[in-house]
Design a protein around this ligand. Structure first.
Ligand code: COS
Length: 386
């Protein structure tokens, strides 16, 4: 047991074995590619295939649909290990699982599950989630992508933005409105293949961090879908979106913990090697204070994340806990990455060391799948409702 494992959480033997398998894979096969993935904005398709064969690409999908049938807690442990090696790889995997596969598992008909899940769970196909738009992010119910009914057909027109995995995905969970005047009650969720006439993907965004995780906008020009594409019930799509994001926040929390862990790992190593005033900087109390604050944040965030995941696994309410975990973990990642850069001094500000990458990768965790400001609204809202 090392500092990376944190408190003794109540993990069963299967979870511990999975965590170890994920760590061995992440350290042996993902970490060596991390710098290239970041620098060259390289999409690591070979890692997606390997994660597919390890069961990671269908982590929580029931085994009857080709998934690994894992609980959320195991999923979070895997995401953390991947993120500690490479944040881009972790989000490619977690956006696919949390945002595309999970709503199909939760809301899909048995035909939809049979049609989409096996190829997605094996990593043969990649999934994405199309909710945000150029003009609507936090205010998800204000979406304007429109769907009109023509007999049996549902025709979709509009623009989506910030679609993680968008440039390379095969299957998409989409949200569009049948009646904008009805607000969130007009929203319907769909699941569809991306290779359809009328779908145009924008050019990949040139992002600050998670540079190997490709993101783009998607334009729908009178795209023809049918009733068979509706995920859940017509007009109940907002519920699909919110429920998906609740679970997705656990994945982002785990990702943020992994990034924070990478920052602490590199800060520890550098502080033992670098000398000032005649001794390693790890001997200076100021540096020790930074290191202490970093591990306190990491262990606290992991504890909250695993507790929220465990509540979800038990079928208990976990919305507030997931929002708290995502908020704490993402702020911990930013804090740890900032201190990691500070401990490295000038070397933290150049690309020869991974410290600056951790800082760039950490920032997005405070933004996507609900900004920190939205998490605070969700947390306070749930308190006030009790
Ligand atoms: N989980 C489950 N249901 C939720 C929910 C949640 N976290 N938040 C809201 N709902 C439900 C409400 O219960 C309500 O349903 P009922 O009328 O059946 O009770 C419905 O959704 C509307 O709720 P509300 O009026 O509170 O919705 P708002 O439009 O005010 O928005 C927030 C609520 C801000 C919480 C929501 O828009 C949100 O989460 N925004 C962030 C979106 C996001 O994360 N975007 C990034 C996507 S990554 S591409």
């Amino acid at each position: 047991m090392s500092w990376m494992d944190g408190f003794k959480f109540d993990l069963d033997e299967d979870c511990k074995m999975l965590q170890q398998a994920a760590r061995t894979f992440a350290e042996g096969e993902v970490a060596p590619l991390a710098a290239k993935i970041d620098r060259e904005h390289y999409f690591p398709r070979e890692l997606v295939q390997k994660m597919g064969s390890m069961g990671f690409m269908g982590a929580c999908v029931p085994t009857e649909y080709g998934g690994a049938g894992l609980p959320q807690i195991a999923y979070c442990l895997i995401v953390e290990e991947l993120a500690a090696a490479c944040a881009s790889t972790s989000i490619i995997m977690s956006a696919h699982n949390s945002l595309c596969l999970s709503p199909i598992v939760e809301f899909g008909s048995s035909e939809q599950k049979k049609k989409y899940l096996p190829a997605l769970a094996s990593g043969q196909k990649l999934g994405c989630f199309s909710l945000s738009e150029p003009g609507t992010g936090s205010d998800a119910a204000a979406l304007t992508c429109t769907v009109t009914k023509h007999g049996e057909e549902y025709i979709v027109s509009g623009a989506k933005n910030w679609v993680t995995n968008g440039p390379v995905a095969d299957v998409c969970v989409l949200f569009a409105t049948l009646d904008k005047g009805k607000g969130y009650k007009g929203v319907t969720a769909f699941v569809h293949e991306l290779a359809l006439p009328g779908i145009v993907r924008g050019k990949p965004e040139d992002k600050l961090g998670i540079c190997g995780s490709p993101t783009c906008g998607i334009t729908y020009n009178e795209v023809k879908l049918t009733k068979a594409n509706i995920l859940g019930e017509e007009g109940k799509g907002f519920n699909v979106a919110m429920s998906t994001l609740n679970g997705g926040r656990l994945g982002v929390a785990a990702q943020a913990i992994g990034i924070a862990r990478a920052a602490l790992r590199d800060a520890l190593q550098y502080s033992k090697e670098r000398k000032t005033f005649g001794q390693p900087i790890s001997e200076h109390q100021t540096i020790q204070n930074y290191l202490a604050d970093m591990i306190i944040g990491i262990d606290s965030a992991r504890y909250l994340t695993l507790a929220a995941a465990s509540a979800k696994d038990r079928g208990e309410k976990y919305v507030r806990q997931a929002a708290m975990a995502k908020l704490l973990a993402s702020e911990t990642a930013m804090h740890a990455a900032t201190k990691c850069v500070q401990i490295h001094g000038g070397y933290g500000y150049v690309k020869d060391f991974p410290a600056e990458r951790h800082l760039r990768d950490a920032k997005i965790t405070e933004i996507y799948e609900g900004t920190s400001e939205i998490q605070r609204l969700v947390i306070a809202g749930s308190l006030l409702k009790e």
